[in-house]
Design a protein around this ligand. Structure first.
Ligand SMILES: Cc1cc2nc3c(=O)[nH]c(=O)nc-3n(C[C@H](O)[C@H](O)[C@H](O)COP(=O)(O)OP(=O)(O)OC[C@H]3O[C@@H](n4cnc5c(N)ncnc54)[C@H](O)[C@@H]3O)c2cc1C
Length: 379
C-alpha cells in the first residue's frame, strides 16, 4: 500500500512505526579527543565514567552504532530545519452548546511538521523525527555554538536568554587581584541580590586576577538573575566553624601570644599570608600597631571583616569558560514526556539546548541523558 503524502498525514502527535531508516546522526567536526578530555574533567559518578575515560573515539562510535544499528554518522552540521505547514485543524462542533459569554479558549496545536534538516553541505536529511541535541552556547570548543537556538527559532520557539552559568564571577574589587591564586577551603560564601541572601554554601573558592572562582563561586553563579536589574555582592565567612564570640576570644588569645608583633604579624595564625596585608588595609588599623595595643573595638571590627569579607559581583565570567549555559528553548513549548516540540510535530529537543540547568556533580549530564531517553522511548 502506498504511503499517504506527508502533507495530508493525520495530525498525529506520535511517530509512524516502524521508524523510518536510516537514522542519521549529524556531528560537527569537533575532534573526539577534545570531547574525551572534557569528559574526563566531568565529575560523573557512574560506571560509564571509566568507559569514557579509557576508550578511544572508535569505541564510542561503535557504542553509538550498537544502539542505532542502521545509523549513519555524518559529519555535516545541521543548519536549517525542513518544515512544512500543517493544514488547519478541522473544528469539531462541541457536544454540548457552549455558553457564548464563557467560551472556552482553544489550545492552538502545532502549526508545523518538521520533516528533516538541511546540513552545512546543502544535503537534506529527511526524517520522521529530528532531535536537536546541539548543547548550549558556552564552552564553544566542544562544538556547541548555539546552533540549536537558531534551529528552534526557525520553528517559532521562544528562547529564554542564554547566559553563562557555573562560571567564575568578575569583581572590580582590587583586593581580589591582590590575593589572586589564593584558594580558601572550608569557607562559607553567601550571595546577596539587592541585599537579600539568595545562596549560602560552605566549601572551596579561589581569588583570581579578575574576581573569584572555584566550586562555591560556580554554584553561586547559577543563582544570578538579570545583572542589569539587580545588584549583587558576596560575603565570605572565613571562619564558619566559629561564632562571632568564639572568634573574638580566639583573636584575643592570639594577640596575647603575639603581643609584640605588628598588626599584620598578629594575624599569622588566623589568615593565609597573602590575605594578611589586604586584611590590615581593609581593617584600617595603623600597620605599626602592636598586638597588645589593639583595642576591643578594633578586635570587634576584625571579627566582622573575617565573618563578612565582602566582594562586589560585577559580571558573570565569559561564555567561553562557562561550564554550562543557563536559558535556551523554553520548556513550556516542549512536551516533557516525549520532548516533542509543541510548535512543530516531529521536532524534539534534548539536553543543554533546553532551558534546564543544574549544579555540577553530574546533574547536567543527567539532564542530557534523561531528556534523550525520553525522546528515545517514544521511537
Ligand atoms: C569543562 C566542562 C566540565 C563539565 N563538567 C560537568 C560535570 O562535572 N557535571 C555535569 O553534570 N556536567 C558537566 N558539564 C556540562 C555537561 O558536559 C553538559 O551539560 C552536557 O554535555 C550537555 O549535553 P548535550 O548533549 O546537551 O550537549 P553537548 O555535550 O554540548 O553536545 C552537543 C553536541 O552537538 C554538536 N553540535 C553543535 N551544533 C551542531 C550542529 N549544528 N549540527 C550537528 N551537531 C552540532 C556539538 O559539536 C556537540 O558535540 C561540563 C561541561 C564542560 C564544558
Amino acid at each position: 500500500m502506498e504511503e499517504p503524502a506527508r502533507s495530508s498525514m493525520a495530525r498525529s502527535t506520535h511517530l509512524r512505526r516502524p521508524y523510518m531508516k536510516p537514522l542519521s546522526i549529524l556531528l560537527e567536526q569537533a575532534p573526539p579527543s577534545r570531547i574525551l578530555n572534557l569528559m574526563a574533567t566531568c565529575r560523573l559518578e557512574t560506571r560509564h565514567r571509566d568507559f569514557l575515560w579509557q576508550q578511544g573515539p572508535q569505541e564510542i562510535r561503535q557504542a553509538l552504532l550498537r544502539y542505532a544499528q542502521d545509523a549513519e554518522l555524518v559529519h555535516d552540521g545541521a543548519r536549517k530545519l525542513l518544515l512544512e505547514e500543517l493544514p488547519p485543524e478541522a473544528e469539531e462542533a462541541p457536544a454540548v452548546p457552549e455558553n457564548p459569554r464563557h467560551l472556552k479558549k482553544k489550545k492552538a496545536g502545532p502549526a508545523l511538521r518538521c520533516i528533516g534538516v538541511r546540513g552545512t553541505s546543502g544535503r537534506e536529511y529527511r526524517a520522521d523525527a529530528v532531535l536537536v541535541a546541539t548543547g548550549g552556547v558556552s564552552y564553544p570548543t566542544t562544538g556547541s555554538r548555539g546552533d540549536g537556538y537558531k534551529l528552534a527559532r526557525q520553528a517559532g520557539h521562544t528562547l529564554v536568554e542564554p547566559v553563562p552559568s557555573l562560571v567564575s564571577l568578575v569583581s572590580h574589587d582590587p583586593d581580589c587581584k591582590k590575593m589572586m591564586g589564593l584558594a580558601l577551603k572550608n569557607v562559607t560564601l553567601t550571595l546577596f541580590e539587592d541585599g537579600k541572601a539568595i545562596f549560602d554554601e560552605q566549601g572551596e573558592m579561589l581569588f583570581t586576577h579578575f574576581g573569584i572562582s572555584g566550586p562555591l563561586t560556580l554554584s553561586a553563579s547559577s543563582h544570578l538573575g538579570d545583572m542589569k536589574k539587580h545588584k549583587y555582592h558576596a560575603e565570605i565567612d572565613l571562619k564558619p566553624a566559629l561564632s562571632e564570640e568564639q572568634l573574638y576570644d580566639r583573636i584575643t588569645r592570639d594577640f596575647a601570644l603575639l603581643a609584640n608583633h605588628a598588626a599584620q604579624g598578629a594575624l599569622v595564625k588566623l589568615l593565609p599570608s597573602s590575605m594578611q596585608p589586604v586584611m590590615v588595609e581593609r581593617w584600617g588599623i595603623d600597620p605599626a600597631t602592636k598586638a597588645n595595643q589593639i583595642t576591643r573595638e578594633q578586635k570587634r571590627e576584625l571579627v566582622q571583616l573575617i565573618k563578612h569579607w565582602r566582594v562586589s559581583i560585577d559580571a558573570r565570567g565569559d561564555l567561553a569558560h562557562a561550564v554550562i549555559t543557563s536559558g535556551g528553548v523554553s520548556v513550556r513549548e516542549v512536551d516533557p514526556k516525549t520532548m516533542q516540540s509543541k510548535k512543530a510535530l516531529g521536532l524534539y529537543f534534548a539536553g543543554e539546548v533546553l532551558d534546564v540547568d543544574a549544579y555540577t556533580g553530574g546533574y547536567n549530564l543527567q539532564i542530557a541523558f534523561c531528556t534523550a531517553q525520553a525522546f528515545a522511548n517514544n521511537l
